[in-house]
Design a protein around this ligand. Sequence first.
Ligand SMILES: [Zn+2]
Length: 484
Amino acid sequence: MAPVSLLIINARIVTMDAERRVLNSGYVAVQGQTIVGVGPMAECPDSADEVLDASGHAVLPGFVNAHAHSLDILLRGGVADDRPLYDWLVNVGLPAARQYTLADHDLAVRLFALEALRGGVTTVVDQIETPYDQWDAIADNVVGSYARTGMRAVVAQMFYDTVPAQMEAVMAAYAAKEPQIPQDLGAQPGLLVEMLQRIEGMIDRHHGSYDGRISFWPAPGVAVLCTPEALLGAQELARKHGVMTTVHVCESPVDAVQHGIPSVQYLAAIGYLAPDVLAGHCVQIDANDIRTLALTGTKVSTQPVSNLFLGNGIAPVSDMHSAGVTVALGTDDGDCNNSVNMLADLKFAALLQKGRARNPAVLTAERVLEMATIDGATAIGMADRIGSLEVGKIADLIVVDMHGAHLHPHQSTASALVYQANGTEVQTVVVDGKIVMRDRVPYWLDTTAEQALIQDADAASARIITAAGLRPRTDQTWISTRPV
Ligand SMILES: [Zn+2]
């Protein structure tokens, strides 16, 4: 065998290859960025620059978090609790975003990355929603922050260009609840050409950078807050550069209808839905919409915990699966979940569908692991590079400690990971062939630095909350739903 830079041995290998092979005692060999061998220990190469003995551990492809907003992580812990989606947007998300400094953005990405890596995530689609006058500076900053974390990231610049009457009324009603908060809905009517030009500049600067670890996409933020020109303009720009677009679709009841017809049907009618569209959420959709998503080859990302947190409902994931739609998994905003741990979210994804369908066989543990890995990679157009452990693919993988008492006994690794794991079991993370996290400590963060990161994040959060006029829950504002 050719030279090997990293060799992981004695592991249970969950390959997620086409045959879904699981090797009870196997190895993964890596040279540079690339997997050069996967097989049983009997065929293991003799030597490597670094050998990692993973006895008692499972090795899987790293998880793809296909829908997240890292920056909001500084607003978790009681700021956004119990608010519907657009109450959250106008009274928390948008006003707080105006108060972030570039240092705050860097803190947010590092706090997010620390938890995401520990939850098994190697790739994240991070949609940033930022004040228009600071777009470029923040996008450049976020890309740099991700590059330093060692993760693979798709950074997507969100934008809106319209606030239709139906949405204006909804948002004005929520804004009236908290008059102390200055309102700026973030839409930029009349600036579409300029917005797309600026995003093209970001794609030019960042897409494919850091050995291909960073991708950059245009993100027409929410379907109902975008004109057809914005959606199709973003798509044209994406296709020119070989990237995808991602958009929030039918997340809540108030954004499920566009110009009088179901939003999915509207998006299909204007010619937007296509295999290179990643539609986030798709909660409020019916059988006809599912057929349309399948026929157009549109990819979907589901965020089960966020959908519950915001009271939006349960996406019909198992019905989408039956129709042949590729569905990836995401954690969504750091303050609408409120963790960003994919491993911990797998159980929600499975149980919700069983409960919704009143059929426990409707979504299996194995299928949930597919959603988190190979389907996630397919949904973001990277299945040729990541999502499974196969020779020729990029070495993005996780080493999961299976020793814990809570994981035993088990006969199926997939079952144990989805139903028994609590999200703290990922020990080692490899991205692009490099060990990014070892024994749960990322290379960029020792114990002292972690304490400093936590303190800085707490301080930044408190400052942003005060500056934005937010009124968080505290231990003194005990809000119980207990009848009085
Ligand atoms: Zn989102």
